[in-house]
Design a protein around this ligand. Structure first.
Ligand code: FES
Length: 204
């Protein structure tokens, strides 16, 4: 069978194809602009402010003791873990300081009102930035005592490289993470509302 050589007809075909390809790309780009603009403009002022890092209000009535709020709220593109600790969970935060890297949160990142053994303003609500302080994965909840090993007091386990944190977000020795999970600035504008990103000092 004779080899097919590129002839004049083929050249016309090729340049037509190039033109059609360019026209399609250009139309697609214009379409993308037209679809993106109404989308951005349809954001409400509160949605736009949130995307820029405005404080986020969270309804605490929806989380029972022993649970973490779901779906996970987001503040400044970071997941925020809000755990309602019951009295029995609070008890499990004590008694293992000698197994922790930074039990008194000296090296860790939290507002002054969370620099205490429970790392929180009130015992029952734990508020953390839910990214591992090693390389940023999302630690999983492992709240039950003994869930990881017999002496496990409950907390979080990072599936990426195995960092372990207690129910106050304090990191255990032997974990690749070197500091405790971060606590964002927060406040309680009403008894059952948590505001992440703002406290007495104003918006973060
Ligand atoms: S990212 Fe969590 S242990 Fe590495």
């Amino acid at each position: 069978m004779a080899e097919h050589a590129i002839g004049a007809d083929d050249e016309i075909d090729l340049s037509r194809r190039k033109f059609l390809t360019r026209a399609t790309i250009a139309t697609g780009a214009i379409g993308a602009v037209f679809t993106a603009v109404p989308f951005v403009e349809s954001w409400s002022p509160s949605e736009r402010a949130r995307a820029q890092g405005a404080p986020v209000d969270i309804d605490l009535t929806k989380v029972e003791p022993g649970q973490m709020i779901a779906p996970i709220p987001v503040w400044r593109k970071s997941p925020i873990y809000v755990v309602h600790r019951g009295p029995e969970m609070i008890k499990r935060i004590a008694g293992h300081d000698d197994q922790l890297k930074d039990p008194h949160s000296e090296q860790s990142d939290q507002p002054a009102y969370a620099k205490n053994p429970l790392r929180s303003r009130t015992p029952e609500f734990l508020v953390l930035v839910g990214t591992c302080t090693h390389l940023g994965c999302l630690p999983k909840q492992r709240f039950a005592a003994g869930e990881l090993y017999p002496s496990w007091p409950g907390g979080f386990f990072c599936p990426c490289h195995g960092s372990r944190f207690d129910l106050a977000g304090r990191v255990f020795q032997g974990s690749p993470a070197s500091i405790n999970l971060r606590v964002p600035p927060y406040s309680f504008p009403t008894e059952r509302t948590l505001r992440v990103g703002a406290d007495e000092k104003g918006a973060a």
